[in-house]
Design a protein around this ligand. Structure first.
Ligand code: ZN
Length: 318
């Protein structure tokens, strides 16, 4: 292996989390826990604006690669999914589960698009209550991750974590150069308008798709759009190495931010999508036991003294 190539690789291991903007937090909880069967694993506030929630959903333990989070702002204007954004967030579900999910979504008032075949797997696209573009990829690829138990969704159908995130771009080359250069991704599959990249040990949870669709307009931020996507790095030491590489590339990377459940750095890819690199440590059990994840409002230390005021201001979501 070329030592220069190795030295400039960020050593990412896949997707960590996706963070999106939502409207009413109660409707958000209802949809992701009751309809999709994810676990609410953390109920906290936006660390940059403690008057709003930051809600985290995932598998039973909040494994990196299963975690979808929201900043819900009741009354926020809707955005528009489009280029310069993470356009679609896709979950991995077992092969053959599309009829189950189609029926389940329809029963909950959500009309999915007709299933399509994407790189040999069935893909079912639909919108969450705020218009966020979601997909279920019923893949025959091995995926040993376990879905969170839900009384109406068997293991033969359950969401096992992310499959992929699709970035909508006006041209593939600049973003592809970042992905396949320092970020260490490999182009693995392509079809007209779509290129798939994987990293680490590959497989569901590692994929980034680039979508070049002339029909798509520039995305506008707001409810129903992704705010940023985060990639996994094992620990603080690997994150520090990655940060040094990004600094050397003049990528305007942020300082390390303590997000309580992981540590984060941020930078933007050439089309403007906000990327984050988040550590696997310390994880979601750092401030509450596994059995009661998501039950109580958890605040970072700097806001604990304002708890009464913060709780009084937040809408009840039980
Ligand atoms: Zn994040």
């Amino acid at each position: 292996m070329n030592p220069a190539t190795t030295a400039s690789n960020l050593h990412l291991t896949g997707l960590h989390h996706v963070t999106a903007v939502a409207g009413d937090p109660r409707r958000n909880v209802e949809f992701y826990t009751r309809v999709l069967g994810l676990r609410l694993i953390k109920r906290t506030v936006n660390f940059d604006d403690p008057s709003t929630y930051h809600l985290y959903y995932g598998d039973s333990v909040g494994t990196p690669g299963s975690v979808l989070t929201f900043f819900p702002w009741a009354g926020v204007r809707r955005g528009r999914p489009g280029t310069g954004q993470a356009y679609a967030t896709a979950f991995s579900v077992p092969a053959g589960s599309v009829p189950f999910w189609t029926a389940r979504l329809l029963a909950h008032g959500v009309t999915p698009a007709a299933p399509v075949t994407r790189f040999g797997d069935e893909a079912l696209a639909f919108n969450d209550p705020d218009g966020l573009v979601l997909e279920l990829i019923a893949t025959s690829e091995p995926d040993t991750r376990t879905a969170h138990a839900h009384p109406e969704i068997s293991a033969a159908h359950g969401i096992r974590g992310f499959h992929s995130v699709t970035l909508a771009v006006t041209s593939a080359a600049p973003t592809a150069a970042l992905l396949t250069g320092p970020m260490g991704y490999r182009a693995t599959l392509s079809s007209p308008g779509r290129i798939r990249y994987s990293v680490g040990t590959a497989g569901p949870g590692s994929y980034i798709d680039l979508l070049v669709d002339p029909k798509l307009a520039r995305g506008l931020p707001g409810a129903g759009t992704v705010h940023h996507i985060a990639f996994r790095t094992p620990d603080d030491a690997t994150q520090a190495e990655a940060r040094k590489i990004l600094v050397d590339l003049d990528l305007q990377v942020s300082p390390v931010m303590d997000r309580n459940y992981f540590h984060s750095i941020y930078y933007r890819e050439p089309e403007g999508v906000l990327f984050e690199i988040a550590t696997d440590n310390p994880g979601f059990t750092v401030d509450e036991p596994l059995a009661t994840l998501g039950h109580a409002l958890k605040l970072p230390a700097q806001y604990e003294s304002q708890r009464a005021e913060i709780e009084a201001h937040l809408p009840k979501i039980d």
